[in-house]
Design a protein around this ligand. Structure first.
Ligand SMILES: NC(=O)c1ccc[n+]([C@@H]2O[C@H](COP(=O)([O-])OP(=O)(O)OC[C@H]3O[C@@H](n4cnc5c(N)ncnc54)[C@H](OP(=O)(O)O)[C@@H]3O)[C@@H](O)[C@H]2O)c1
Length: 342
């Protein structure tokens, strides 16, 4: 439980938010904390509800007021939204206006023809279900989770526009769209006066693909950019430096990180990066997050965490987001091995 019940909530909030740094999301008036929390793993029915509660409440106390959900997060799909809604009502109910809560639709949610993809049918049904599961009146941002390879972007973007006009979300975003369709999405949304607030892509020292187009496309269109999996699912932390620990994402049957992805080449590179981090007075996780945030076009990193300890570690990245040119060339030298990239 937060201390909010014992202290003036306003003063309490000010005190803790001062530790956080915020950036404007693209050309909008909306600020985001530079560190956000994602609920892809660790918040489903397969996970410990008490730990999940502690992580969410601690995140909010640290000024991490941005929580990133999707319809299919679990397992079971949907359970992360249901659990988040329960925690919100029990622990943080009076703080809704201080929180930025997002969801998405577009990946498989249930078996069947309308349970997957980016059609209007799927997005409209999905946001209604997500609102019901979380108990929210609206999402702050609703994303198209992906281009599904078939649905015309005009159809998907029109669904997003209508979701805003119906008051079910305040803003919209896109995720993982290839660069030629990314521009088309921005154009359609801009024309309808529902601009694309934010674009969400995978970005880390081990996955720099967005540097060759998506990042610049977002910036030049005034869309913010948030990076998901900035720690490469744990590979850019001390988690796997000495093998694969029990209960880690790579060890868990429900984890998305495969054991084979914890390759010798990546572990060796992470050890070398860890040495640079130590010289900077940071943990490897802190340096990996700072490395993403050194680019001012990056609005926020969406981290995952399986414990409050990890969150406390990660948040300290904000104490040093600067890199010397020597540090950057040392890091680039380590990253040039193509075997490292996902
Ligand atoms: N738009 C999309 O398609 C998409 C796709 C994927 C993710 N996302 C979003 O991005 C969020 C973050 O993704 P992610 O969970 O892959 O992010 P990540 O931050 O790269 O990885 C998180 C994992 O790294 C480990 N970790 C975190 N901090 C650590 C620390 N200080 N020390 C040691 N280990 C640490 C934990 O693994 P253990 O569990 O092993 O402890 C944690 O679960 C998701 O929750 C979701 O909201 C979006």
């Amino acid at each position: 439980m937060t201390l909010n019940v014992f202290f003036n909530p306003f003063l309490y909030t000010i005190k803790f938010y001062n530790l956080m740094k915020y950036r404007y999301c693209g050309k909008s008036g909306l600020q985001m904390p530079v560190v956000s929390l994602g609920l892809w793993h660790n918040f489903g029915d397969a996970d410990d509800f008490g730990v999940a509660t502690d992580i969410i409440v601690s995140a909010f106390d640290l000024g991490i007021c941005h929580f990133d959900l999707a319809n299919n997060y679990g397992p079971a799909p949907g359970s992360a939204e249901t659990n988040f809604g329960k925690i919100l009502r029990k622990e943080l109910a009076s703080h809704r206006d201080e929180m930025l809560i997002t969801s998405k639709a577009g990946h498989e949610m249930w078996p069947g023809v309308y349970g997957d993809g980016s059609s209007r049918k799927n997005l409209m049904a999905s946001i209604n279900q997500s609102l019901k599961r979380t108990g929210l009146d609206y999402f702050d941002i609703f994303y198209s989770h992906r281009y599904d390879g078939v649905t015309p972007v005009e159809e998907t973007m029109q669904a997003l526009i209508d979701i805003v006009r119906q008051g079910k979300a305040l803003y919209v975003g896109i995720s993982k769209y290839p660069v030629h369709l990314q521009q088309k999405c921005y154009d359609i949304l801009k024309e309808a006066k529902v601009p694309c607030l934010v674009s969400q892509y995978r970005y880390s020292m081990y996955d720099r693909k967005i540097e060759s187009g998506n990042l610049e496309c977002a910036a030049s269109n005034g869309s913010g950019m948030v990076a998901f999996s900035p720690l490469a699912q744990g590979l850019l932390t001390d988690r796997y430096l000495n093998g694969i620990p029990e209960h880690s994402r790579a060890a868990r049957a429900t984890g998305f990180l495969q054991k084979e992805q914890v390759s010798d080449a990546r572990v060796e590179a992470s050890r070398k990066l860890n040495e640079i981090a130590q010289h900077r007075g940071q943990t490897l996780a802190q340096m990996a997050l700072a490395w993403v945030l050194k680019d001012e076009r990056m609005t926020s990193v969406i981290v995952g965490a399986s414990s409050v300890r990890q969150l406390n570690d990660n948040i300290k990245c904000i104490e040093n987001l600067e890199f010397s040119s020597d540090e950057l060339s040392l890091i680039d030298g380590i990253l040039k091995d193509p075997a490292l990239s996902f």
